[in-house]
Design a protein. Structure first.
Length: 317
């Protein structure tokens, strides 16, 4: 099973010292929204076979003991990184296949695409099952850093994200949303109405983010003003809209797994910004943010363009 429990954290304070504030120049071009780690399930014990043979029963070891065992194995990190490398290789091969099909004047079938998607999802799931055993102390900073380091081989390149498997999953959003709605409507779940509402309101979450993304400098100053406080107001709104949209998609993935339909993307994405970032964590956060935008552009292409053009016209006049 996927470990998909999402934990939203309250953003840490971004207040700087008085001296730093004197030096810092706030500018509209510096706006950024980042994601935060998802929390994988907690296993209180890990079972492993006893060393002796025969009828010796299986024994339980504590999480701390298991983690110490991983740390004692210098090959463990490299084994996990090899899984991440397999996913990166799958992405490269997928892009190559897309290019070949385009060269031949054709289009990839949904059946073929979903085979590529399944390969990605399987390798991701196996890697997460191993990484979940490192997630101790309530999703500690150390565990998050270890996870991001292992996955860093996947998230270094942000070129050609429009052709990433996760982005192209957006091509099938409408079909998957329809399948999920039908499964919910046919169920006896007490939460079916709220679940249906989550499916139907995803575009609204995306649109809120797009309104912030394409708002021009002139519009910002007209609506919010041009001082430091106004800047922070818009920055918070933009960050919240971005994180809410990503979290919404993660919830839809979880609903799809709950109702037995195909998830919208092969994995869930990191959401809110974590201030104490390693380079590897920052790399994944940036990758997730951009590939999510590519996903919804594939899913809602015409409507995305409409919002962009609307703001361009306002800025022109």
């Amino acid at each position: 099973m996927y470990y998909t429990l999402i934990m939203e954290r309250k953003p840490e304070s971004t207040e700087q010292t008085t001296e730093q504030n004197k030096k810092k120049k706030f500018g509209w071009d510096d706006l950024a929204a980042g994601p935060q780690a998802e929390q994988y399930g907690n296993e209180q014990d890990i079972q492993q076979d006893a060393a002796s043979e025969g009828s010796t029963p299986i024994k339980k070891i504590t999480r701390a003991e298991y983690i110490e065992g991983l740390r004692a194995d210098p090959q463990r990190r490299e084994i996990l990184k090899s899984r991440a490398a397999d996913i990166a290789d799958t992405e490269d091969a997928f892009r190559g296949r897309l290019a070949k099909i385009k060269e031949d004047g054709g289009e990839m079938s949904q059946k073929e695409f979903e085979r590529w998607e399944d390969d990605y999802a399987d390798n991701w799931r196996y890697m997460q099952q191993d990484l979940a055993r490192m997630d101790y102390d309530n999703n500690s900073q150390e565990a998050m850093e270890y996870e991001a380091d292992v996955e860093s081989v996947m998230f270094k390149s942000q070129a050609h994200l429009d052709e990433a498997i996760e982005a192209r999953s957006g091509d099938y959003f409408t079909q998957r949303a329809r399948a999920l709605r039908e499964a919910i409507e046919a169920s006896d779940e007490k939460t079916k109405q709220s679940d249906l509402s989550l499916v139907g309101s995803f575009w609204s979450s995306v649109a809120d983010h797009l309104e912030c993304k394409y708002t021009s400098t002139a519009e910002l100053r007209e609506e919010y003003g041009d001082d430091e406080w106004s800047f922070k107001q818009f920055e918070q709104r933009r960050t919240s809209a971005h994180n809410d949209a990503i979290t919404h998609l993660n919830y839809l993935n979880d609903l799809a797994r709950k109702y037995g339909t195909r998830p919208f993307t092969p994995r869930n994405f990191w959401t809110s910004q974590n201030q104490r970032q390693t380079p590897a964590m920052s790399s994944r956060m940036s990758y997730d943010r951009h590939v999510f935008e590519s996903f919804y552009t594939h899913a809602f292409g015409d409507r995305v363009d409409q919002i962009r053009r609307k703001h361009e016209r306002r800025n022109y006049w």
